[in-house]
Design a binder for this molecule. Structure first.
Ligand code: SF4
Ligand code: SF4
Length: 544
């Protein structure tokens, strides 16, 4: 990992002055350590059958590209322009108004003009013009056109892996151009010549072969959950169980594997376990569909559909009625936007989700048969089905980060806020232009949550951190809640760098802290600790 500057040094290094040279003269890019991810390992590409497996480094002059890279990529562009109407449209209609230019967190944090969404798309658009239009062939640079060459492939690799596919720019584009989709296409084209990153493709390999990103074997998945149940018992006295692979259960619960292992995701997982046990519903987890996250989304449409399919396979094998999904960002983008087209249709045994506790039918999930845990919990609270003591979260002054994919990807804004306002007494919003559909990315989305990319992560996360700092200074906020496993990991590092006074949690960690179990039924003892095994009360106050 490149040595990180101190926060004030990093701030001073940001320079938004436009460069002297035209961007088209400026290739190849200056590839800086800390701003690129390591390439996919040879054996990983071999195992998943991707082209051009080899050892190489972005810092080398020779990237060992196939000799006919240009033809491979141009054919790939033609194929995708035919296949994806959105791609064709986005390549056609940009009017260079610049409304998106300062909306990207990577541009704000780096000052690099090629991180302006308009220019990021232009890196690809200029090649389409140069290779596939008569104007481009005739007038070249004058028409904003370039012929594809090795330097441009290098430039694509650098900048399409400096976009976290967060879609913030699309909110501000008057033409609805979604640069995330452009980046997805850029990455698909780069795969054709073997330019991709390990932090995405190793999880994809693990998902294909073992079922989850981390490559956890079934017994390890079960053991991890057992450890979490012991921790719950330590804090609450409750002896809880998690059913696995239970045939005929009513609900299959699927969540990202980040919640099984990593701190603070494990506390969110404890929250799900406590909630389902409190309700006594007939649920199961699966050691086969042990991953809700989907790094295929950052790879190709085919990889995404293949990884997502295992959830339906397992729902069918187990014969459940419907699926509840945990707090994960990109998992929900895949479900909401692609599940019933790329993966569907849902198996016949699945029904439109209906809460076994409140009877609410979630009509909007009629097609996918899958609902978000926050929809489920918000409905329980709205029907008065949970006994909650929000004072158990009084040591936290909470704000909420809208994770990009559930917020912009599926318009999911109110349910998490409704839950938070019911499980804690101190909740404050960040400034309006940094939340809901205008939310800022954590800086590490779309598979960029890797240590070697830390310089760019801290730059990209700066706008988010600034907004948190604002509410920290104004209201004393010390806890940042979110509903995404990548965010829980990425924001923890980001806060540690920019606003170390603020911790990060999932919404269901706070739900579980507040949840008062019926004593006679479950044997809960008076709680003195929260799920992190810290005293419940703020410093200086005694527990009741
Ligand atoms: S999708 Fe997000 S990261 Fe990518 S260009 Fe737009 S704002 Fe930047
Ligand atoms: S806001 Fe839309 S139309 Fe305007 S420059 Fe950006 S992508 Fe092009």
């Amino acid at each position: 990992m490149a040595k990180m500057p101190k926060p004030d040094e990093l701030l001073k290094s940001i320079d938004w002055t436009p460069p002297d040279k035209d961007w088209m003269d400026d290739v190849p890019p200056e590839i800086k350590p800390g701003r690129f991810c390591y390439p996919a390992k040879k054996n990983i590409l071999e195992e998943i059958g991707f082209p051009n497996p080899r050892e190489w480094s972005p810092l080398d002059d020779d990237w060992k590209l196939p000799p006919n890279s240009r033809e491979i990529i141009v054919d790939g562009i033609i194929d995708r322009l035919k296949k994806y109407r959105s791609f064709k449209l986005f390549m056609d209609i940009c009017v260079r108004c610049g409304a998106c230019a300062d909306k990207c967190h990577y541009f704000l944090g780096s000052g690099d003009p090629k991180n302006m969404p308009v220019l990021r798309a232009e890196l690809l658009r200029s090649v389409i013009k140069g290779e596939l239009t008569w104007q481009g062939r005739l007038f070249g640079k004058l028409a904003g056109a370039r012929k594809l060459n090795e330097d441009i492939i290098k430039e694509w690799f650098y900048y399409f892996y400096q976009c976290s596919e967060c879609r913030r720019c699309s909110v501000f584009c008057p033409y609805g151009i979604d640069t995330c989709e452009v980046t997805m296409m850029g990455r698909e084209l780069l795969h054709l010549v073997g330019c991709n990153i390990n932090w995405i493709l190793e999880p994809v390999r693990n998902c294909f072969k073992i079922g989850n990103h981390l490559g956890l074997q079934p017994h390890t998945v079960k053991e991890n959950i057992e450890f979490l149940c012991w921790d719950i018992e330590e804090v609450t006295g409750l002896k809880l169980e998690v059913p696995f692979n239970k045939k005929g259960a009513e609900v299959l619960f699927v969540t990202p594997s980040g919640d099984y292992f990593a701190d603070p995701g494990i506390y969110t997982m404890m929250g799900y376990i406590m909630l389902f046990n409190y309700l006594d519903i007939d649920w199961t987890m699966s050691t086969y569909a042990s991953e809700g996250g989907n790094f295929g989304l950052f790879t190709s449409h085919e990889a995404m559909a293949k990884i997502n399919a295992k959830i339906y396979h397992e729902a069918e094998r187990l014969g459940v009625r419907f699926i509840i999904g945990g707090e994960c960002g990109h998992m929900w983008r895949v479900k909401h936007q692609y599940m019933d087209t790329a993966t569907g249709p849902a198996p016949k045994n699945l029904e439109t989700p209906r809460s076994p506790i409140t009877g609410t039918v979630f009509e909007h999930a009629k097609s996918t048969k899958m609902i978000h845990i926050c929809e489920f919990t918000a409905d329980l609270i709205a029907h008065g089905k949970l006994d909650l003591d929000p004072s158990r979260n009084d040591k936290y002054i909470v704000t909420y980060h809208d994770s990009c994919n559930p917020s912009r990807g599926m318009g999911f804004f109110e349910e998490p806020r409704f839950i938070l306002k019911n499980v804690c007494n101190n909740f404050y919003e960040m400034p309006e232009n940094t939340i809901r559909e205008k939310t800022f990315c954590c800086g590490s989305g779309s598979g960029l949550n890797t240590d070697e990319f830390m310089d760019m992560r801290m730059r990209g996360g700066l706008p988010r951190a600034n907004a948190v700092k604002y509410v920290h200074e104004k209201y004393g906020v010390n806890m940042l809640a979110c509903i995404c496993a990548i965010d829980r990991a990425a924001l923890s590092t980001l806060m540690n760098y920019w606003v170390p006074e603020v911790q990060v949690c999932g919404v269901h960690e706070l739900v579980a802290n507040a949840l008062v179990f019926p004593h006679e039924k479950k044997g809960e003892r008076e709680r003195e600790l929260n799920l992190r095994q810290e005293p419940l009360k703020p410093e200086g106050e005694e527990n009741a």
